[in-house]
Design a protein around this ligand. Structure first.
Ligand code: HEC
Length: 144
């Protein structure tokens, strides 16, 4: 067991794509990839770790105004004008690009001509995978 584990680590470190390494990698990463979001995710989607981090950020930071379900009814939304919209709105979802969503998340409402009450998240600017996962999270509310 110990030797096999070492080989997987070695393969991961060296980036070797040999068949033996692949099967080892799959076995090692299988538990992490068992979540529903990952199972349905298209190729090139954010990693399971990025998805988990984004969900954590949404439920602690974005939730304040946008609500846990993206309805725009978080406790901090009271008194905001305009209030955050319902992310389930299919028409809105279709009208905005992924780039727009990622830009407003990173640089805030004022960067895209929206309310400055949508705050920037400067700590995420250097973390594109987390931003992409947050954008995917916003997209996931469509039609809900
Ligand atoms: C302090 C309250 C607040 C927080 C926290 C907040 N937002 Fe917002 N957000 C807003 C408001 C208000 C708007 C609407 C701006 C407008 O319509 O002018 C908005 C708009 C948006 C939009 C664009 C919607 C549109 O109408 O085009 C997205 C996407 C978004 N927020 C995502 C997020 C994400 C993701 C987070 C967490 C990283 C977050 N927001 C945190 C208040 C907030």
């Amino acid at each position: 067991m110990r030797a096999a584990y070492g080989i997987v680590i070695l393969c991961a470190v060296l980036g070797i794509a040999a068949a033996g390494c692949n099967s080892g990698d799959k076995a090692a990463s299988a538990p992490a990839a068992s979540g529903p979001a990952v199972a349905t995710a298209p190729a090139g989607a954010p990693s399971a770790q990025a998805v988990a981090e984004a969900e954590k950020i949404f439920s602690t930071r974005c939730f304040t105004c946008h609500g846990a379900d993206g309805k725009g009814d978080g406790p901090g939304s009271v008194g905001l004008t305009p209030r955050p919209r319902d992310f389930a709105d299919a028409q809105w979802q279709a009208s905005v690009s992924d780039e727009y969503i990622e830009k407003i998340i990173k640089y805030g409402g004022s960067a895209v001509g929206k309310s400055p009450m949508m705050p920037p998240n400067p700590d995420l600017v250097a973390k594109p995978e987390i931003v992409a996962a947050l954008r995917a999270h916003v997209r996931s509310f469509a039609g809900k």
